[in-house]
Design a protein around this ligand. Structure first.
Ligand SMILES: [Zn+2]
Length: 269
């Protein structure tokens, strides 16, 4: 599933492909439910002629800023984007295709059809309530402590709450908790403030590492790959019988907040 590091690399990929400055001349939509706003009819009519001004990211959402409004994309479980040349064969699951005035296409390839697309006046019209960006340096440890320390839920569940902090995701929450030595089931309000401050730093390190190695290892056509749970570059190998990268003991698993947490019974408390 594309997480924040993949979406950040998608943003960089589109910029490297010089998508900003391009005019979207038309759009094909083969799976209408991908389009969340406006109606499919209005989307297809309103999209042509708009020029891409910039490409930003908010949590796991790509924000394509247009000369008029915002095109917002969420990759869902299996979505990815490719900038295709006129001669390229269309990707098999490219249910939504944006044609650019220079002849290229941005293909939203989405085998499971869980990606979402919005065309809105303001970015906020497409997004749920989302907390601060973990990599935003103006997001301080004090602010993180303030947001987290009153919560009585397990810290892992708090980290997955997008309203508290944006886009950490299951894999990176586990990595950061291991590195910070905090058990995922520990109630947030029982964790000392200095440990929470250290946790924010570990979240940043885990996300930044992944952004870097995804960026350094593009697919053959230049697109970012999607990290899978068994990638040896991840600090936690998410499969039964894998060991703690710090002490070598077997990792344990526990479902917290509806997601499986991998953790070490020795290194985390
Ligand atoms: Zn350990």
């Amino acid at each position: 599933m594309p997480e924040l590091p993949e979406v950040e690399n998608l943003r960089r990929y589109l910029i490297a492909e010089h998508v900003p400055g391009q005019v979207i001349s038309s759009v094909d939509v083969a799976w209408a439910r991908t389009i969340k706003l406006p109606s499919i009819e209005d989307f297809v009519l309103d999209m042509p002629g708009r020029r891409v001004v910039d490409i930003n990211r908010r949590a796991k959402y790509l924000d394509v800023a247009l000369d008029k409004g915002h095109l917002v994309l969420h990759m869902g479980m299996t979505g990815s984007l490719r900038v295709s040349s006129p001669g390229d064969e269309r990707m098999r699951f490219a249910h939504t295709v944006f044609h650019l005035a220079d002849g290229r296409r941005i293909e939203l390839n989405d085998p499971r059809k869980w990606a979402s697309v919005w065309l809105v006046d303001k970015l906020e019209d497409a997004l749920p309530e989302i907390g601060p960006e973990p990599l935003d340096t103006s997001f301080t440890a004090d602010e993180f402590v303030r947001r987290v320390s009153k919560r009585r839920s397990p810290i892992k569940a708090v980290l997955l709450d997008q309203a508290v902090i944006a886009g950490v995701g299951n894999i990176y929450a586990d990595e950061a908790l291991l590195r910070a030595g905090i058990a995922p089931s520990r109630r947030a309000h029982r964790i000392a403030e200095h440990r929470l401050a250290a946790l924010l730093e570990e979240i940043r390190i885990s996300l930044a590492r992944a952004i870097n190695y995804i960026g350094e290892n593009p697919l053959d056509d230049g697109r970012p790959f999607v990290v899978d749970a068994f990638d040896e570059r991840m600090q936690i190998l998410r499969k039964p019988g894998s060991d703690c990268p710090q002490c070598g003991r077997a990792l344990r698993t526990k479902v917290i907040g509806g997601r499986t947490a991998y953790y070490c019974g020795e290194c985390q408390s």
